[in-house]
Design a binder for this molecule. Structure first.
Ligand SMILES: NC(=O)C1=CN([C@@H]2O[C@H](COP(=O)(O)OP(=O)(O)OC[C@H]3O[C@@H](n4cnc5c(N)ncnc54)[C@H](OP(=O)(O)O)[C@@H]3O)[C@@H](O)[C@H]2O)[C@@H](O)CC1
Ligand SMILES: Nc1ncnc2c1ncn2[C@@H]1O[C@H](COP(=O)(O)OP(=O)(O)OP(=O)(O)O)[C@@H](O)[C@H]1O
Ligand SMILES: [Mg+2]
Length: 329
């Protein structure tokens, strides 16, 4: 077959694209490796000199009539990653259910009480990070209470992870989070679109996920955003990171709760260790990358054992060994 100049040009162009793509891929792998090292740097050593609480006291705000699993997944994941104490602030009805899942959680049935904000505020001085939203539901009274809790936490400078219905709340009231740089938002696909459309008043460009996450973070005043998906895309409005750690194709509910609970602890560790441990790199990005990689590795390991029957409980059972493999070898 005669090969015309046009075809030659196409082949040349394909070669350049292929090389650019491989370079991009190689760069992405190198970035991932460097970021893994930064995550390793923030892990606090286990020593005889420490007392209970020093490696993290994490609060989860969520748990309602409909949803008791999500706050449990987040709270137990925080403990399994290495926090010393994990508190759940939930509704009165949800509390006995959550307590019955695990004796290891401290459960406060206060979220629908008349003085919910005051009841949670009492604990704030002792908490290193809050995770707001898993299993919260969308009841207006509860959301009003959580608004007060967010305001009180911001006034104290507490790092906050916002997930699930917490994202629903801030999507309705963007000023609640605008400019609070100690927050990390962890939207799934739907939550990201809702939030992005509310903030940027434009439909999301699904062909440019990195750009979309970067723009959302910038518009929120450099609040860190983690868009979960086939790859997790993370940005603080200045840099964009991707996590493509191998997971599996099993998409059972609750994986995002494992991620947000883990992130609560890693965020505390990243902020506590100081900038020299993260080479000046954003501690928010390091913590977010660590939580994404860990969740996906748990998913991978659980899937190897349980295949299609994998559930989030199986993934939680993998946290210890996944953490070791990724960060302690
Ligand atoms: N065991 C428990 O207690 C658990 C409780 N949970 C709690 O549930 C509450 C609500 O959280 P949420 O994530 O279900 O709410 P929301 O964002 O409205 O999504 C709803 C719909 O969006 C869609 N959809 C989702 N992802 C998509 C994607 N990637 N790509 C495309 N579409 C996608 C999908 O719609 P469908 O396929 O049905 O059309 C889905 O049904 C919250 O409190 C949370 O913490 C969970 O944590 C799970 C474990
Ligand atoms: N298509 C995909 N391929 C691989 N991993 C994915 C995919 N989609 C999501 N994940 C991973 O699953 C985890 C949870 O993301 P997901 O989008 O399911 O969150 P979620 O909807 O908030 O979960 P939850 O059910 O807990 O609310 C993240 O670690 C993400 O990387
Ligand atoms: Mg979720």
């Amino acid at each position: 077959m005669a090969v015309g100049p046009c075809w030659v040009a196409v082949r040349a162009c394909q070669r350049v694209l292929k090389r650019t793509f491989s370079l991009h891929k190689a760069q992405a792998i190198k970035d991932m490796e460097n970021t893994f090292q930064l995550v390793r740097n923030i892990i606090p050593p286990l020593t005889t000199k420490k007392h209970k609480g020093q490696d993290g006291r994490i609060g989860i705000v969520g748990g309602s009539q409909e949803y008791t699993g999500a706050p449990y997944f987040a709270a137990i994941s925080a403990l399994k990653v290495g926090a010393d104490l994990s508190h759940v602030f939930c509704t009165r009805e949800a509390a006995p259910v959550i307590k019955s899942y695990s004796p290891e959680l401290i459960v406060h049935p206060v979220l629908d009480s008349p003085d919910a904000v005051g009841e949670v505020e009492k604990w704030l001085p002792r908490l290193h990070a809050l995770v707001v939203g898993p299993g919260l539901g969308r009841d207006d009274v509860l959301l009003g209470n959580v608004k007060g809790i967010l305001e009180a936490s911001k006034a104290r400078g507490i790092p906050i992870v916002i997930d699930a219905d917490g994202l629903w709340l801030i999507t309705q009231q963007l000023t609640l989070i605008q400019g609070y740089r100690k927050a990390i938002l962890t939207p799934n696909h739907v939550e990201f679109s809702r939030l992005s459309e509310a903030v940027l008043r434009d439909p999301v460009d699904s062909g440019d996920r990195r750009g979309a996450v970067l723009r959302l973070s910038q518009a929120l005043g450099n609040v860190t955003v983690v868009q979960k998906g086939e790859q997790d895309v993370i940005s603080d409005g200045e840099q964009v990171l991707e996590c493509s750690q191998l997971g599996s194709n099993r998409r059972c509910g609750g994986q995002g709760d494992l991620l947000s609970g883990s992130l609560g602890v890693l965020l505390h560790w990243a902020l506590h260790t100081g900038p020299e441990k993260t080479n000046g790199f954003s501690p928010f990005l390091v913590a977010a990358f660590g939580a994404c990689a860990l969740t996906r590795q748990c998913n991978h390991q659980a899937f190897q054992k349980h295949g299609r029957s994998t559930t989030t409980t199986d993934m939680i059972a993998e946290i210890g060994s996944a953490f070791n493999r990724l960060f302690e070898t």
